[in-house]
Design a binder for this molecule. Sequence first.
Ligand code: AMP
Ligand code: MG
Length: 348
Amino acid sequence: MMAGRWRAAGVLALFWVCMVFAGCGRQEPVRQTVLVMDTVATLTATGPEAEAAVSEGVTRLRELEAMASPAGADSDLVKLAAAAGNGQWVKLHSEVYHMLAVSQAYSERSGGAWDVTAGPLVELWGIGTERARVPSAAEIAAARAKVGWQKLELLPQTQSARLMEAGMCLDLGGIAKGYALDEVRRIYAQHGIKDGLINLGASSLYAVGRNDKGQPWRIGIRDPRAEDKDTRLAVVPLGDAALSTSGDYERYFEQDGVRYHHIIDPRTGAPAQNAAMSATIVVAGSCADAGMLSDLLTTTVFVLGPEQGQAFLEDLPDEVQGMLCDKQYKLWAAHDFLDGLQDLQINR
Ligand code: AMP
Ligand code: MG
């Protein structure tokens, strides 16, 4: 009896020693915040190689920014625009080529709702800049003539591209951050990071493993009409998956009761005018290009609007979940996305 009690006490003591060691062994997360790709990015990682993973991640973000930006000597977009209409192929960085190849597949699939050649329209509307204004119908028609994913040609053998008409230009604003998520995630994997968060300005994130409480990361989805940007519509518990949100509240101006925002419907040449306020997509990390897909799909679903956007999502693999929130706060979800939501602030 006595011996049993001592044995139990011994086991308990051993348990506490292990717990203390485990506690000491838990490393503080390494976190770095930088301004890159027009956004405030925060990289968080835990593990013996967290410092290296975060610092290499930041370097990679800067490299991607240089090759996919609308300006700059090393930008493929600048080279493509300069050669537009002259028939010559432009050799691209493999990263940019990959973005364009995936992009073209989704342009076709979405009937042109998603289109990286929307550059001239993005430029014309200037949403989010000081020159933002409602252009004339003639200006819109002229810009639309320089838009069309079929006029972007790709050559896989040499990873080159060309734009078939003078004045065309690409805009990777709806996909580059997603691609960057995938790149940083690869760097994290090379460094054996099991827990971390790659946050490119809250609208695009990749969650690796768990947070420092050992729980899934909790990602708030913003209420599209709340004054305070911290007011949430709901919380998504996230682990080993990418999440993106696009909304008409990010960059916009209002005129005569119409909200002109930064998500362009290339088919009309104007900011998408349908019932959508925001779209949120989660793509499981098991999918290739999870980050890039989550990013481009939010824009696509937003442009397609509630019914078509939902149907579009339903047609994609189950690893892609998401929802569109319309102006009545009705949620149009696909693949059981609502079941995973927490702290939902509206009645559905
Ligand atoms: P996001 O905030 O991820 O929806 O991305 C919006 C950005 O993508 C815009 O600021 C534009 O740079 C670009 N964009 C806007 N409309 C489209 C579209 N229909 N297809 C592709 N890119 C677009
Ligand atoms: Mg996007």
